[in-house]
Design a protein around this ligand. Structure first.
Ligand SMILES: Cc1cc2nc3c(=O)[nH]c(=O)nc-3n(C[C@H](O)[C@H](O)[C@H](O)COP(=O)(O)OP(=O)(O)OC[C@H]3O[C@@H](n4cnc5c(N)ncnc54)[C@H](O)[C@@H]3O)c2cc1C
Length: 460
């Protein structure tokens, strides 16, 4: 065992807010905006220098659709983000999907909306300890360039993606695939600039890469596949220009407003995938950057359109699909999702597939359909999945809410994370106003308030 050090230090309470949101990502930005619009003083603690989390720091675009007719936005703030992004010229609709967007510009918009709502942002700030008294969090000790500070609050919302705040507060959690113990694969996404996208598409004449406009541009390939782009990749593998890992999962999207750019949903890693292990995160950055340069050389050699291509962006934050699922008052299970379970107090609805990368087709959308006992083809997330068990004034939103591994593989998409963020922000303020605990709030009131604010829920 390495030498142990004990440090005791006095920390002054330099910050205070009624609602403290930990993590300013996909769910966190929306939670903070929602709580501020409900009238609370709100503070976000964010270790990086921009809002948006996976959507901006991990370059995850576009929004996936929830797979319900007309793709209803269960969050009015999500709807507003989509609308303002389109008006700003950096997002576009494709069919019912309003969310092909430029990750860089999304960070500008989220910050603008948070500041407009009166949210106080603490960038470059990391929580290191939770102070809990009588079951309540009274303060979070944070570290920044100036040292240590205490951030006091009445209500806390964990939007760290990994449930870090809940774990610091003593919450229980599950983690990874119960069969293998492993988390979902992780990725280091990147954007190339200087690409002639039309020329690229024309290289692949069988339409396995389609170019039909400024943003609609995607392909997902597999090794030894039949499609032309897959054959080109297999050829490159045999020539030693790519590795098997490069081709395990490869996907590309156009970016509205950046016509010479392509956003790549790769390289993906299947072995060291624990998003809460700094060694895994560091390894992904180092191996991922090597893979990105190898892939760039491959595009230049095998496709037209990449002569002037360069690496424009690499994810500052490793793309984590799944790490911890926090134990909450209610825990959504695969069988409930499969039965298209509905709840009176639901705060989000989805029919996005159980999308476990690298697991094969064992749990697909079709599996869900075949289990369905409720005729409307979607399931719902109850409010109780956001109420962290064991801490009185703590909610959780985003990809680490209370659910099992398979449900997490469906609820992780951005529209759903935004909806749980909005619900948590509204619930925190409701609890403050009523002078009660989040677990004493009736989730039906949260849902009603979301709808009053403009959230759209499909009829059930
Ligand atoms: C590679 C990849 C591809 C994906 N593809 C799609 C897709 O095409 N479409 C789609 O809709 N979804 C996609 N997803 C899923 C989706 O993007 C994420 O699940 C979702 O954005 C997570 O939102 P979140 O708010 O839970 O976490 P995040 O958006 O990741 O936000 C977490 C925030 O918390 C901060 N944070 C972390 N730790 C701490 C801490 N200890 N204290 C304080 N702050 C902390 C982070 O800096 C970050 O800002 C993809 C995910 C990945 C990884």
């Amino acid at each position: 065992m390495s030498k142990q050090y004990d440090f005791h230090t006095q920390v002054s309470a330099d910050y205070r807010a009624q609602v403290v949101v930990c993590g300013g990502g996909t769910a966190g930005a929306v939670a903070a905006i929602a709580a501020a619009r409900e009238g609370a003083e709100v503070l976000i603690i964010e270790p990086f220098g921009k809002l948006g989390g996976s959507a901006t720091l991990s370059l995850v675009t576009p929004l996936m659709t929830v797979g319900i007719t007309d793709n209803p936005m269960n969050s009015s703030i999500s709807d507003e983000i989509n609308r303002r992004a389109i008006e700003g010229g950096f997002s576009a609709r494709q069919g019912v999907n309003p969310g092909y967007f430029d990750p860089q510009m999304m960070a500008f918009l989220l910050e603008e909306m948070a500041v407009e709502a009166g949210v106080k942002i603490l960038y470059y700030t990391t929580p290191i300890k939770v102070i809990k008294e009588d079951g309540r969090i009274t303060a979070i000790i944070v570290r920044d360039k100036a040292g240590l500070h205490a951030v006091e609050g009445d209500m806390f919302i964990d939007c760290t993606g990994d449930g870090d705040l809940s774990v610091m507060a003593g919450a229980e959690y599950t983690k990874g695939n119960p069969k293998t113990g492993k988390n979902q694969p992780i990725s280091l996404r990147y954007i190339l600039g200087g690409v002639d996208r039309k020329a690229f598409a024309e290289t692949v004449t069988d339409n396995s890469i389609s170019y039909d406009g400024p943003f609609s541009y995607s392909a997902c390939v597999k090794l030894d596949g039949e499609r032309e782009v897959e054959k080109i990749m297999t050829k490159a593998l045999k020539a030693g220009d790519l590795t098997v890992e490069d081709l395990s999962y490869w996907q590309v999207f156009g970016i509205p407003g950046r016509d010479d750019c392509l956003a790549f949903n790769c390289p993906e890693f299947f072995e060291h995938v624990d998003g809460t292990d700094p060694a895994h995160l560091t390894e992904t950055q180092i191996l991922g950057k090597k893979a990105i340069l190898r892939q760039l050389a491959f595009y230049k050699k095998y496709f037209k359109g990449f002569d002037n291509a360069y690496v424009s962006d690499v994810s500052a934050m490793v793309g984590i699909r799944e790490s911890r699922e926090i134990v909450t008052e209610q825990i959504m299970t695969f069988m409930e999702a499969a039965a298209y379970r509905k709840f009176d107090d639901s705060v989000a609805q989805t029919n996005y597939p159980i999308d476990v990368h690298g697991m094969g087709d064992e749990y697909t959308c079709e599996t869900v359909k075949s289990q369905a006992v409720n005729e409307k083809p979607f399931y719902e997330i109850p409010y109780g999945s956001l109420v962290v068990k064991g801490t009185d004034n703590l909610l959780v939103a985003g990809r680490c809410i209370g659910c099992d591994f398979l449900v997490q593989a469906s609820i992780r998409i951005q529209p759903t994370c935004r909806a749980t963020g909005e619900a948590a922000g509204i619930a925190a303020v409701m609890a403050l106003k009523k002078g009660c605990l989040p677990r004493e709030i009736d989730g039906r009131d949260v849902r009603a308030r979301m709808i009053e604010n403009g959230a759209v829920f499909a009829e059930k």
